[in-house]
Design a protein around this ligand. Structure first.
Ligand code: COA
Length: 331
């Protein structure tokens, strides 16, 4: 019988080499290490230089993830790239497929901002559960520094660049235990990276526009309020679906937006701080990359081991938010 259970068997990550700490940022905008550190917990972030691409970071992370498994790129059936910052708006996943020489794999991008990895994990799992695919590469990668307004101190201090990847494999036992995904477009204007027309042209009586995407805008207070309220709720719902109690969680793995959000969510769920995975101090908010990047570090440092139950939750622009409960299962 076909294996239709989902196991997450490998992780990998990649970050750009150049780092920018809060002290350096305070030379660019009116801010301080003290302000950023106390409001967010972030001390530095890694930034892609103009020669680095999303494709190169994602490929590096993917190779590292494959290295933890018993499969090679040739065995991959599907590649999903969760990103809001593709190298090419037509999609970057196919370029990664080519770089990896994953000839059998079909590849596509998907966008759910900082919830992208969690949405991607649930999407990927469906292809295994219906028996269509056996090996899936899921990547969360973003280069938000391309779209940050470096003169806006309310946003530029928060973000960094990176990529993380996991391999999902069909297995006899289903280790993806429960999930819940949510969207609320009525709050879309809280966090945007929107297209804006700059020029209008009339072509034979038809009006068209030519423009570009505008730097990130955010209502920080609203986003903060939303995260602290909605993330505990969605985790509780996913736990309910998994038939698992909060006490059974080994690790709380939240989108790494802000240490205060991590602390508030953990406190609302009565999860002790020792169970909260956090690495945002070194990377800032890397959007779709943040969860797999933090997971990969925790796996490689021996914090997370086989059999551990992880409650992961992503939240952000859209607005979108979601949680997935899974058992880590390195081979
Ligand atoms: N350095 C110094 N001062 C800053 C600053 C910075 N980088 N950014 C804002 N300030 C100032 C503000 O101008 C304001 O000054 P004022 O009182 O004179 O007007 C003051 O600090 C307080 O600003 P406020 O926006 O109230 O701060 P806050 O406590 O809400 O913290 C965030 C701001 C952005 C850290 C917080 O709202 C947050 O983390 N929100 C969630 C953002 C997020 O995670 N987004 C991504 C989700 S995926």
């Amino acid at each position: 019988m076909t294996n239709i259970g989902v196991s997450i068997t490998g992780s990998g990550s990649a970050i750009p080499k150049v780092s920018l700490d809060n002290q350096q940022l305070s030379q660019i905008v009116d801010t301080s290490d003290e302000w950023i550190g106390s409001r967010t917990g972030i001390r530095k972030r890694q930034l892609a230089n103009p020669t680095e691409s999303l494709c190169s970071l994602a490929t590096q992370a993917s190779l590292a993830a494959l290295g933890q498994t018993n499969i090679t790129a040739k065995d991959i059936d599907l590649i999903i790239l969760a990103t809001s910052t593709p190298d090419d708006l037509f999609g970057t996943a196919s370029q990664i497929q080519s770089e990896l020489d994953a000839k059998q794999a079909v590849a596509f991008d998907m966008t759910a901002a900082c919830s992208g990895f969690v949405f991607g994990l649930v999407t990927a799992a469906q292809f295994i559960r219906n028996g269509v695919y056996q090996n899936i590469l899921l990547i969360g990668a973003d280069i938000l520094s391309r779209w940050v307004d470096w003169e806006d101190r309310t946003t530029c201090v928060l973000f960094g660049d990176g990529a993380g990847a996991v391999i999902l494999q069909a297995s006899g036992r289903d280790r993806l235990l429960g999930f819940e995904l949510r969207s609320d477009g009525s709050q879309n204007n809280c966090l945007n990276l929107s297209y804006q027309p700059q020029e209008k042209k009339i072509i034979d009586g038809v009006a068209v526009s030519k423009g570009t995407y505008q730097p990130i805008t955010m209502n920080g207070k609203e986003v903060y309020r939303f995260a602290v309220q909605k993330v505990p709720e969605v985790i509780e719902k996913a736990l309910f679906r998994a038939n698992i109690s909060v006490e059974e969680i080994d690790w709380l793995l939240l989108h790494q937006a802000n240490q205060r959000i991590l602390d508030a969510v953990a406190s609302r769920l009565n999860i002790p701080s020792e169970k909260v995975i956090s690495n945002l101090r070194n990377y800032g908010n890397t959007s779709a990359a943040s969860i797999p990047l933090a997971l990969d570090e925790a796996v490689r440092q021996g914090q997370v081991s086989s059999g551990d139950i992880i409650a992961a939750s992503g939240f952000g622009a859209g607005l979108t938010w979601g949680a997935v409960i899974f058992e880590w299962s390195s081979i």
